[in-house]
Design a binder for this molecule. Sequence first.
Ligand code: IPD
Ligand code: CA
Ligand code: CA
Length: 275
Amino acid sequence: MSSPLESAVEIAREAGALLAIYYERRVPFELKGEFDLVTEADRASEKLIVERLQSRFPQHGIVAEEGGGHASPSEYRWYVDPLDGTTNFAHSLPIFNVTLALERAGEMVAGVVFDPIRQEMFTAERGSGAWLNNRRIRASSVSRLDSSLLCTGFPTRRRHLNVNVHFFHQVAMATHGVRRTGSAAIDLAWVACGRLDGFWEFGLKPWDMAAGRLLVAEAGGRVSDMRGRPHDFNSPHLLADNGHLHEEIVEIFGEVFGGRYRVPLPVISPSSDSA
Ligand code: IPD
Ligand code: CA
Ligand code: CA
């Protein structure tokens, strides 16, 4: 019998192959919120994953983004994002993934992020490290913020209330740059393997970060809230970094929370659009 992680890998691979078929075919999107996209691919992937999990782990609970999960008294609960990066997917931008993670008694114990475009399978099991296609991965060793590349995200729900633009500007001014891929689980997986030195986002859902959070921790990185305190999984605000940059990022965030900007936002004047 295969372990939960082995099962998650098999299921994510199968769901990823399904997403790739829909991606080639190009499917129309619908709106489930004002700017919150969903496609037939999200639903088909979720159906496949939930069916497979149910047949292998009939006692386990499942929390799935598109509502296909079910509660259970079991101490085991799966978090499923059948297509993370739907907006990219719907616009044919090849940055998306399928991600699932298993929680046991409130602690994440296994997680996978599968990118079907790059055929990259990121896996982590509590206490056993983080892996990319069976090769061990580690967070980067970059130790200066002014030599780092960070990443962030902006949720689609209630986006007019999101304060992140303030943080984006200050961090962009202090680093080599801030990327925004449109796929939170990929962002976290890329922090875990050192392509990015850190990631933060306000307003994540549990399925966006369940596996990625474990990947970063198992890769030697650090996961916290925006103030540097331990991250409560129920909190939607997450900072994940390589550990070396943690204090510096938290310091900048503290300044922004207090309204102190190292670099003021530029003022737009009549000459702004002329050379
Ligand atoms: C979204 C992506 C995006 C992040 C949003 C998420 P979805 O997930 O991860 O990068 O900024 O907060 O909701 O809706 O594509 O599964
Ligand atoms: Ca997501
Ligand atoms: Ca999704």
